[in-house]
Design a protein around this ligand. Structure first.
Ligand SMILES: [Zn+2]
Ligand SMILES: [Zn+2]
Ligand SMILES: [Zn+2]
Ligand SMILES: [Zn+2]
Length: 421
Protein backbone atom coordinates (compact mmCIF):
# COMPACT_ATOMS: atom_id res chain seq x y z
CA UNK A 1 0.00 0.00 0.00
CA UNK A 2 2.70 2.47 0.95
CA UNK A 3 4.78 1.70 -2.09
CA UNK A 4 2.03 2.72 -4.44
CA UNK A 5 1.35 5.94 -2.65
CA UNK A 6 4.99 6.80 -2.47
CA UNK A 7 5.65 6.37 -6.15
CA UNK A 8 3.92 9.67 -6.69
CA UNK A 9 6.52 11.55 -4.68
CA UNK A 10 9.60 9.72 -5.77
CA UNK A 11 11.40 12.94 -6.61
CA UNK A 12 14.57 13.95 -4.90
CA UNK A 13 14.45 13.91 -1.18
CA UNK A 14 14.89 17.60 -0.64
CA UNK A 15 11.96 18.28 -2.92
CA UNK A 16 9.61 15.85 -1.26
CA UNK A 17 10.46 17.01 2.20
CA UNK A 18 10.30 20.61 1.28
CA UNK A 19 6.77 20.01 0.16
CA UNK A 20 6.16 18.21 3.42
CA UNK A 21 7.15 21.22 5.44
CA UNK A 22 5.29 23.65 3.27
CA UNK A 23 2.05 21.78 3.17
CA UNK A 24 2.11 21.21 6.89
CA UNK A 25 2.70 24.83 7.58
CA UNK A 26 0.65 26.63 5.02
CA UNK A 27 -2.24 24.55 3.92
CA UNK A 28 -5.50 25.67 5.32
CA UNK A 29 -7.70 22.78 6.13
CA UNK A 30 -11.28 23.31 7.00
CA UNK A 31 -12.42 19.74 6.77
CA UNK A 32 -15.23 19.07 9.09
CA UNK A 33 -14.25 16.13 11.08
CA UNK A 34 -17.32 14.21 11.78
CA UNK A 35 -15.91 10.96 12.99
CA UNK A 36 -14.60 12.22 16.25
CA UNK A 37 -17.42 11.56 18.58
CA UNK A 38 -15.14 11.17 21.54
CA UNK A 39 -12.74 13.88 20.72
CA UNK A 40 -10.18 14.30 23.45
CA UNK A 41 -9.33 17.81 22.48
CA UNK A 42 -11.35 19.18 25.32
CA UNK A 43 -8.85 17.51 27.61
CA UNK A 44 -6.24 19.86 26.30
CA UNK A 45 -5.44 22.67 28.59
CA UNK A 46 -4.93 25.01 25.70
CA UNK A 47 -7.93 26.36 23.90
CA UNK A 48 -7.14 25.41 20.35
CA UNK A 49 -9.88 25.16 17.80
CA UNK A 50 -10.91 21.68 16.87
CA UNK A 51 -9.82 22.14 13.28
CA UNK A 52 -7.69 19.41 11.81
CA UNK A 53 -4.28 20.53 10.71
CA UNK A 54 -2.72 18.45 7.95
CA UNK A 55 -0.26 15.91 9.21
CA UNK A 56 2.44 14.15 7.22
CA UNK A 57 2.98 10.57 8.30
CA UNK A 58 6.43 9.01 8.26
CA UNK A 59 6.99 5.37 7.38
CA UNK A 60 10.21 3.40 7.42
CA UNK A 61 11.56 1.54 4.41
CA UNK A 62 14.82 -0.18 3.71
CA UNK A 63 16.98 2.33 1.80
CA UNK A 64 16.54 1.98 -1.95
CA UNK A 65 20.22 2.42 -2.72
CA UNK A 66 23.53 2.15 -0.96
CA UNK A 67 23.84 5.92 -1.22
CA UNK A 68 20.25 6.92 -0.42
CA UNK A 69 20.96 7.99 3.12
CA UNK A 70 24.18 9.93 2.63
CA UNK A 71 24.15 13.44 4.00
CA UNK A 72 24.46 15.09 0.57
CA UNK A 73 20.99 13.72 -0.23
CA UNK A 74 19.42 15.35 2.84
CA UNK A 75 17.68 12.21 4.02
CA UNK A 76 15.12 11.64 6.70
CA UNK A 77 16.22 8.44 8.34
CA UNK A 78 15.87 6.28 11.41
CA UNK A 79 18.48 4.08 13.06
CA UNK A 80 22.08 3.48 12.04
CA UNK A 81 24.19 6.63 12.21
CA UNK A 82 23.11 10.23 11.71
CA UNK A 83 23.67 11.90 8.35
CA UNK A 84 24.96 15.10 9.95
CA UNK A 85 23.84 18.17 8.01
CA UNK A 86 26.76 20.30 9.19
CA UNK A 87 29.39 17.55 9.13
CA UNK A 88 32.07 19.54 10.95
CA UNK A 89 30.67 21.38 13.94
CA UNK A 90 29.01 18.42 15.63
CA UNK A 91 27.54 18.51 19.11
CA UNK A 92 30.20 17.77 21.69
CA UNK A 93 30.78 17.24 25.38
CA UNK A 94 27.77 16.89 27.60
CA UNK A 95 25.35 17.22 24.68
CA UNK A 96 26.35 13.79 23.36
CA UNK A 97 25.79 11.74 26.50
CA UNK A 98 22.89 10.55 28.58
CA UNK A 99 22.80 12.77 31.65
CA UNK A 100 21.99 9.78 33.85
CA UNK A 101 24.35 6.94 32.87
CA UNK A 102 26.82 9.13 30.89
CA UNK A 103 26.86 6.69 27.98
CA UNK A 104 27.00 8.33 24.56
CA UNK A 105 23.45 8.69 23.24
CA UNK A 106 22.20 6.48 20.45
CA UNK A 107 20.86 7.89 17.19
CA UNK A 108 17.09 7.48 16.93
CA UNK A 109 16.09 9.42 13.82
CA UNK A 110 16.44 12.59 11.83
CA UNK A 111 13.82 14.57 9.96
CA UNK A 112 14.70 16.84 7.06
CA UNK A 113 12.25 19.73 7.42
CA UNK A 114 13.44 22.85 5.63
CA UNK A 115 11.45 26.05 6.03
CA UNK A 116 11.06 27.98 2.82
CA UNK A 117 10.26 31.33 4.39
CA UNK A 118 13.80 32.03 5.53
CA UNK A 119 17.10 31.87 3.69
CA UNK A 120 18.85 30.48 6.76
CA UNK A 121 16.57 27.43 6.86
CA UNK A 122 16.90 26.38 3.23
CA UNK A 123 18.27 23.14 4.65
CA UNK A 124 17.04 22.22 8.09
CA UNK A 125 17.28 18.87 9.86
CA UNK A 126 16.17 17.79 13.32
CA UNK A 127 18.09 15.00 14.99
CA UNK A 128 16.79 12.90 17.88
CA UNK A 129 19.04 10.83 20.13
CA UNK A 130 18.25 8.80 23.18
CA UNK A 131 19.77 6.48 25.71
CA UNK A 132 18.73 2.92 25.03
CA UNK A 133 18.24 2.24 28.73
CA UNK A 134 14.65 2.21 29.95
CA UNK A 135 15.97 2.90 33.44
CA UNK A 136 17.36 6.20 32.20
CA UNK A 137 14.11 7.06 30.43
CA UNK A 138 12.24 6.53 33.69
CA UNK A 139 14.60 8.93 35.43
CA UNK A 140 14.18 11.29 32.53
CA UNK A 141 10.44 11.37 33.29
CA UNK A 142 11.10 12.84 36.71
CA UNK A 143 13.40 15.48 35.29
CA UNK A 144 10.97 16.28 32.52
CA UNK A 145 8.32 17.33 35.00
CA UNK A 146 10.64 19.73 36.77
CA UNK A 147 9.78 23.08 35.29
CA UNK A 148 12.74 25.10 34.09
CA UNK A 149 15.54 23.29 35.87
CA UNK A 150 18.80 25.16 35.88
CA UNK A 151 20.61 22.32 34.21
CA UNK A 152 18.16 19.91 32.64
CA UNK A 153 19.16 16.25 32.81
CA UNK A 154 17.81 14.22 29.91
CA UNK A 155 18.18 10.84 28.28
CA UNK A 156 16.48 12.13 25.12
CA UNK A 157 18.00 15.01 23.18
CA UNK A 158 17.01 16.84 20.04
CA UNK A 159 19.24 19.01 17.87
CA UNK A 160 18.29 21.43 15.14
CA UNK A 161 20.77 22.21 12.36
CA UNK A 162 20.12 24.52 9.46
CA UNK A 163 22.03 25.90 6.51
CA UNK A 164 21.38 28.50 3.83
CA UNK A 165 21.26 27.37 0.22
CA UNK A 166 24.72 28.69 -0.32
CA UNK A 167 27.02 26.98 2.16
CA UNK A 168 30.43 25.40 2.25
CA UNK A 169 29.24 21.80 2.68
CA UNK A 170 26.94 21.20 -0.29
CA UNK A 171 26.25 22.35 -3.82
CA UNK A 172 23.51 24.96 -4.09
CA UNK A 173 21.92 22.79 -6.79
CA UNK A 174 19.51 20.02 -5.81
CA UNK A 175 21.07 16.56 -5.74
CA UNK A 176 20.62 14.41 -8.85
CA UNK A 177 19.99 11.33 -6.76
CA UNK A 178 21.68 8.83 -9.00
CA UNK A 179 24.60 7.98 -6.75
CA UNK A 180 26.94 10.60 -8.21
CA UNK A 181 26.18 13.42 -5.76
CA UNK A 182 29.12 14.38 -3.61
CA UNK A 183 29.35 16.75 -0.68
CA UNK A 184 31.72 19.70 -1.00
CA UNK A 185 34.21 18.31 1.49
CA UNK A 186 34.91 15.78 4.16
CA UNK A 187 33.22 15.76 7.51
CA UNK A 188 34.76 15.47 10.91
CA UNK A 189 36.29 12.09 11.71
CA UNK A 190 33.78 10.05 13.66
CA UNK A 191 33.99 7.46 16.40
CA UNK A 192 35.07 4.06 15.05
CA UNK A 193 32.66 2.31 17.37
CA UNK A 194 29.38 4.26 17.18
CA UNK A 195 29.94 6.20 13.95
CA UNK A 196 27.75 8.86 15.52
CA UNK A 197 29.81 11.37 17.46
CA UNK A 198 33.07 13.11 16.75
CA UNK A 199 36.08 10.82 17.18
CA UNK A 200 38.47 13.16 18.92
CA UNK A 201 40.39 10.49 20.80
CA UNK A 202 42.87 8.48 18.79
CA UNK A 203 43.85 4.89 19.65
CA UNK A 204 47.46 5.11 20.81
CA UNK A 205 48.22 1.64 19.42
CA UNK A 206 47.29 1.92 15.75
CA UNK A 207 46.69 5.67 15.63
CA UNK A 208 43.84 4.95 13.23
CA UNK A 209 40.84 4.05 15.34
CA UNK A 210 39.09 7.09 16.79
CA UNK A 211 36.65 7.40 19.63
CA UNK A 212 34.03 9.75 20.97
CA UNK A 213 34.58 8.52 24.49
CA UNK A 214 36.62 6.18 26.63
CA UNK A 215 33.54 4.02 26.98
CA UNK A 216 33.43 3.33 23.26
CA UNK A 217 37.17 2.82 23.09
CA UNK A 218 36.94 0.21 25.85
CA UNK A 219 34.00 -1.61 24.31
CA UNK A 220 35.60 -1.66 20.86
CA UNK A 221 38.83 -2.95 22.34
CA UNK A 222 37.10 -5.82 24.08
CA UNK A 223 34.91 -6.76 21.13
CA UNK A 224 37.46 -6.78 18.30
CA UNK A 225 39.99 -4.00 18.26
CA UNK A 226 42.38 -5.83 20.60
CA UNK A 227 43.21 -8.04 17.62
CA UNK A 228 42.66 -5.57 14.78
CA UNK A 229 44.76 -2.88 16.42
CA UNK A 230 47.94 -4.97 16.27
CA UNK A 231 47.24 -6.02 12.70
CA UNK A 232 46.66 -2.55 11.45
CA UNK A 233 49.69 -1.16 13.23
CA UNK A 234 52.00 -3.64 11.49
CA UNK A 235 50.31 -3.27 8.12
CA UNK A 236 52.07 -0.90 5.70
CA UNK A 237 48.95 1.24 5.21
CA UNK A 238 48.77 2.00 8.88
CA UNK A 239 49.15 5.70 8.37
CA UNK A 240 46.62 5.87 5.57
CA UNK A 241 43.33 6.87 7.11
CA UNK A 242 41.40 6.06 3.98
CA UNK A 243 38.20 4.97 5.62
CA UNK A 244 37.86 8.34 7.27
CA UNK A 245 38.55 10.40 4.19
CA UNK A 246 36.43 8.48 1.78
CA UNK A 247 33.44 10.71 2.28
CA UNK A 248 31.42 9.29 -0.59
CA UNK A 249 30.93 6.05 1.28
CA UNK A 250 28.96 5.37 4.38
CA UNK A 251 30.83 5.42 7.65
CA UNK A 252 32.23 2.09 8.79
CA UNK A 253 30.87 1.31 12.20
CA UNK A 254 32.11 -1.41 14.51
CA UNK A 255 29.19 -1.37 16.91
CA UNK A 256 26.53 -4.00 16.40
CA UNK A 257 24.14 -2.39 18.85
CA UNK A 258 22.98 0.50 16.68
CA UNK A 259 19.34 0.37 15.73
CA UNK A 260 18.51 -0.98 12.27
CA UNK A 261 18.75 1.68 9.62
CA UNK A 262 15.77 2.83 7.56
CA UNK A 263 14.82 5.59 5.22
CA UNK A 264 11.82 7.61 6.38
CA UNK A 265 9.35 8.36 3.63
CA UNK A 266 6.22 10.38 4.11
CA UNK A 267 2.63 10.61 3.06
CA UNK A 268 -0.10 13.04 3.89
CA UNK A 269 -2.47 11.59 6.40
CA UNK A 270 -5.44 12.74 4.32
CA UNK A 271 -4.42 10.25 1.61
CA UNK A 272 -5.45 7.54 4.00
CA UNK A 273 -8.73 9.28 4.76
CA UNK A 274 -9.76 9.13 1.14
CA UNK A 275 -8.90 5.52 0.89
CA UNK A 276 -11.02 4.66 3.87
CA UNK A 277 -14.09 6.69 2.99
CA UNK A 278 -14.15 5.70 -0.69
CA UNK A 279 -15.26 2.19 -0.04
CA UNK A 280 -16.57 1.13 3.27
CA UNK A 281 -16.20 -2.59 2.76
CA UNK A 282 -12.54 -2.15 2.00
CA UNK A 283 -12.18 0.31 4.83
CA UNK A 284 -13.16 -2.24 7.39
CA UNK A 285 -10.46 -4.63 6.35
CA UNK A 286 -7.89 -1.87 6.26
CA UNK A 287 -8.73 -0.46 9.61
CA UNK A 288 -9.07 -3.93 11.05
CA UNK A 289 -9.33 -4.37 14.78
CA UNK A 290 -9.43 -0.88 16.13
CA UNK A 291 -11.46 0.73 13.38
CA UNK A 292 -15.07 -0.18 12.91
CA UNK A 293 -15.23 -2.72 15.68
CA UNK A 294 -14.52 0.06 18.05
CA UNK A 295 -17.91 1.50 17.31
CA UNK A 296 -19.58 -1.37 19.09
CA UNK A 297 -17.29 -2.85 21.66
CA UNK A 298 -14.96 -0.08 22.61
CA UNK A 299 -17.60 2.59 22.57
CA UNK A 300 -19.70 0.79 25.11
CA UNK A 301 -16.56 0.17 27.09
CA UNK A 302 -15.73 3.82 26.97
CA UNK A 303 -19.20 4.84 28.00
CA UNK A 304 -18.64 2.96 31.20
CA UNK A 305 -15.32 4.73 31.67
CA UNK A 306 -16.67 8.15 31.01
CA UNK A 307 -14.42 9.74 33.58
CA UNK A 308 -11.31 7.87 32.54
CA UNK A 309 -9.47 10.30 30.30
CA UNK A 310 -6.67 7.91 29.48
CA UNK A 311 -9.00 5.26 28.18
CA UNK A 312 -10.88 7.67 25.99
CA UNK A 313 -7.71 9.27 24.82
CA UNK A 314 -6.18 5.92 24.00
CA UNK A 315 -9.19 4.78 22.00
CA UNK A 316 -9.26 8.00 20.05
CA UNK A 317 -5.51 7.78 19.46
CA UNK A 318 -5.81 4.19 18.24
CA UNK A 319 -8.62 5.10 15.92
CA UNK A 320 -6.57 7.83 14.29
CA UNK A 321 -3.43 5.70 14.05
CA UNK A 322 -5.42 2.82 12.57
CA UNK A 323 -5.77 4.79 9.34
CA UNK A 324 -2.13 3.89 8.71
CA UNK A 325 -0.94 1.55 11.43
CA UNK A 326 2.67 1.40 10.20
CA UNK A 327 3.33 5.09 10.75
CA UNK A 328 6.33 5.80 12.96
CA UNK A 329 6.24 9.58 12.79
CA UNK A 330 3.62 12.32 12.62
CA UNK A 331 4.84 15.66 11.33
CA UNK A 332 2.57 18.68 11.61
CA UNK A 333 3.18 21.92 13.38
CA UNK A 334 -0.06 21.96 15.32
CA UNK A 335 -0.23 19.76 18.34
CA UNK A 336 0.59 16.17 19.15
CA UNK A 337 -1.89 13.36 19.09
CA UNK A 338 -1.50 12.21 22.68
CA UNK A 339 -2.02 8.53 23.39
CA UNK A 340 -2.91 9.29 27.02
CA UNK A 341 -4.55 12.28 28.58
CA UNK A 342 -2.35 12.07 31.65
CA UNK A 343 1.33 12.79 31.27
CA UNK A 344 0.76 15.59 28.81
CA UNK A 345 2.63 18.84 29.20
CA UNK A 346 0.83 22.08 29.80
CA UNK A 347 2.10 25.17 28.02
CA UNK A 348 4.19 26.05 31.05
CA UNK A 349 6.01 22.71 30.82
CA UNK A 350 7.42 23.55 27.40
CA UNK A 351 10.49 25.73 27.91
CA UNK A 352 11.26 28.81 25.86
CA UNK A 353 13.97 28.54 23.23
CA UNK A 354 17.23 28.58 25.13
CA UNK A 355 18.92 30.60 22.39
CA UNK A 356 16.48 33.37 21.46
CA UNK A 357 14.05 33.16 24.37
CA UNK A 358 11.13 32.88 21.96
CA UNK A 359 8.33 30.32 22.16
CA UNK A 360 8.80 26.70 21.16
CA UNK A 361 6.08 24.92 19.24
CA UNK A 362 5.29 21.31 18.59
CA UNK A 363 6.79 20.04 15.35
CA UNK A 364 6.56 16.26 15.19
CA UNK A 365 6.05 13.16 17.27
CA UNK A 366 7.58 9.72 17.21
CA UNK A 367 5.45 6.62 17.71
CA UNK A 368 6.43 3.39 19.45
CA UNK A 369 5.95 1.46 16.19
CA UNK A 370 9.53 2.51 15.47
CA UNK A 371 10.72 0.22 18.25
CA UNK A 372 9.09 -2.69 16.47
CA UNK A 373 11.10 -1.94 13.32
CA UNK A 374 14.22 -1.58 15.44
CA UNK A 375 13.59 -5.05 16.82
CA UNK A 376 13.48 -3.81 20.41
CA UNK A 377 12.07 -6.58 22.57
CA UNK A 378 8.87 -6.18 24.45
CA UNK A 379 10.29 -7.07 27.87
CA UNK A 380 9.65 -5.21 31.08
CA UNK A 381 13.08 -3.56 31.00
CA UNK A 382 13.04 -2.85 27.29
CA UNK A 383 12.90 0.65 25.95
CA UNK A 384 9.31 1.75 25.45
CA UNK A 385 7.32 4.92 25.16
CA UNK A 386 3.83 6.00 24.15
CA UNK A 387 5.05 8.97 22.17
CA UNK A 388 7.94 11.41 21.96
CA UNK A 389 6.80 14.92 21.06
CA UNK A 390 9.46 17.27 19.71
CA UNK A 391 9.15 21.01 20.29
CA UNK A 392 11.34 23.45 18.39
CA UNK A 393 11.98 27.17 18.36
CA UNK A 394 9.10 28.68 16.40
CA UNK A 395 11.43 31.23 14.84
CA UNK A 396 13.98 28.52 14.01
CA UNK A 397 16.46 31.06 15.26
CA UNK A 398 19.98 31.43 14.01
CA UNK A 399 22.85 31.36 16.48
CA UNK A 400 26.49 30.64 15.94
CA UNK A 401 26.23 27.13 17.31
CA UNK A 402 25.59 24.66 14.47
CA UNK A 403 23.50 22.22 16.51
CA UNK A 404 20.91 23.87 18.69
CA UNK A 405 19.33 21.79 21.40
CA UNK A 406 15.56 21.62 21.25
CA UNK A 407 13.03 20.01 23.57
CA UNK A 408 11.46 16.56 23.66
CA UNK A 409 8.50 15.56 25.81
CA UNK A 410 8.22 11.84 26.39
CA UNK A 411 4.92 10.27 27.32
CA UNK A 412 5.29 6.77 28.68
CA UNK A 413 2.61 4.11 28.41
CA UNK A 414 1.10 3.00 31.71
CA UNK A 415 3.13 5.48 33.66
CA UNK A 416 0.22 7.73 34.48
CA UNK A 417 1.46 8.06 38.04
CA UNK A 418 4.50 9.97 36.86
CA UNK A 419 2.18 12.86 36.17
CA UNK A 420 1.79 13.24 39.88
CA UNK A 421 5.38 12.93 40.90
ZN1 LIG B 1 21.39 6.46 30.05
ZN1 LIG C 1 31.35 6.52 20.02
ZN1 LIG D 1 44.07 0.74 17.70
ZN1 LIG E 1 15.09 30.31 19.17
Amino acid sequence: MFKELNSSINGDSSEKLRSLAISSLEEEDDDNDNDDEYDVDDYDDDDDEEEEVPVALGFVEKPKNRWSLLRQLFPSKAGGVPAWLDPINLPSGRSCVCDFCREPLQFLLQVYAPLSEKESTFHRTLFVFMCSSMGCLLQDQHEQWKRHPEKPSRSVKVFRCQLPRSNSFYSSEAPINDGTDKPSGTGAALCSWCGTWKGDKLCSGCRRARYCSEKHQAIHWRSSHKVDCRQSSISPQASDSSSINNFAETQQVASNTLWAQYEIINEDECEFDTEVSDDNGYANSLVSRSGSRMDETVKSLMDSFEGDGDRKSWASFQERIAKAPQQVLRYGRAKPLWPMSSGRPSKADIPKCSYCGGPCGFEFQILPQLLYYFGVKNDVDSLDWATIAVYTCEASCEVTMAYKEEFAWVQLASQSTTALS
